[in-house]
Design a protein around this ligand. Sequence first.
Ligand code: PBG
Length: 343
Amino acid sequence: NKLTRAKPEAIRSVDEITAGRRLRRMRKADWSRRLVQESHLRVDDLIWPIFLIEGKKRQEEIAAMPGVFRYSVDLAVLQAERAAKLGIPALATFPNIDMSRRDARGSAILDPDNLINQATRAIKEAVPGIGVITDVALDPFTNHGHDGILSEGVIVNDETVAQIAEAAVLQAAAGSDVIAPSDMMDGRIGAIRDALDGNGFQDVAIMSYATKFASAFYGPYREAIGTGGLLKGDKKTYYIDPANTDEALRETEQDLAEGADMVMVKPGLPYLDIVRRLKDSFAVPTFAYQVSGEYAMIKAAAANGWLDGDRAMMESLLAFKRAGCDGILTYFALEAAEILAVR
Ligand code: PBG
C-alpha cells in the first residue's frame, strides 16, 4: 500500500509531535491522579429527596426506582437520622397523599397539618441539625397532577402564586429551612419572599427551581407521588422547552432579582450545559436535580449487568461538580455518602 509507505524522514517522532508535552505523565499513578484532580465530590454536596406516605410504620418501594421508598413520617424520621449520621446536609421532602384529599385546586397544600408539614415538624424535632427543604408546588395535592390551579384547561398563574405563597408560610411555620418552589409560575419567588418576610420568616431561604425543563425524565417521580395516572396533557405551558438555554438564563436572572438565595437546574445530567452557563453568569449557589428518570436509567442498566452501578453513580455525581454545581439533589445520596465515608 503506497499511502502508508511515507518517506522515513517525513515521519516525526512522538517527542517531536508533542514537543515533549506528555499529558499521560500525571495519569501514571494513583497518587499523581489524586494530586491533579480538579473536582471533588463530598458528602456536603448531597441533598437527599425522600418520599412520604400517610400512616404509620409504612414503607413502599417505588417500582421504577429500586432502592427508593415512600416512608410514613415515623420511618422518614429514622431515615433522616441515618442521613444525618452520614453527614448529609439536607433532605428534600415530597408527599404522596391519599387520593381522597386531592382536589382541582390542590387545597390540601393549605392544611397546616398536611403530610409535608407533619414530616417537617417530626424531622426537625428529632434531627434538628439536618436541613429540610420543602417543595411548594401543587402537583401532589391536585387531582389532575398539574403544578397549578387548572381553570378551563389553563394553569392560572396569579391565583396559583397566591396559594403557593400562603403554603410557603405554613411550611416555614412547620420548620422548613428552605422553600423550594418547583412550579415555574411567574412571580412566585417575589411573592413567596414577601409572604415569608411579612410573617416573620426572614431567615427561611428560597431555592428556586429556576430552570425546570418540560422533560420526559420525571416519569418515575410521578409514579412515586401518585400523579402519573392523573396528569392530563403536559406541562409545556409552564416548564421550559428543553431546546432553550437563553430562556433559562432569563428565568434565573428574574428569580434572583425577586429574591432567590439558591437556584437549581432540573433535570441534571442532560442539562449540565445550563449549570455551567448559570454558574459562569451569576456566581450564586447553584444546584442540579438528578431526577427520577436519571436514577432509573442507571439502576436499570446496573440490574442488567450492563454497567457498574456504583461507578456510574459516582461518575455522574462528580460530573455535576465539574459542571459547576455547589450541590446535587439525588436519590443516590445515601448510597454515595456510604461510599464516600469509607474512602
Ligand atoms: C413537580 C415536580 C416534578 C419533580 C419534582 N416536583 C416534576 C413533575 O412531576 O412534573 C420531579 C422529580 C423527579 O423526577 O425526580 N412539581
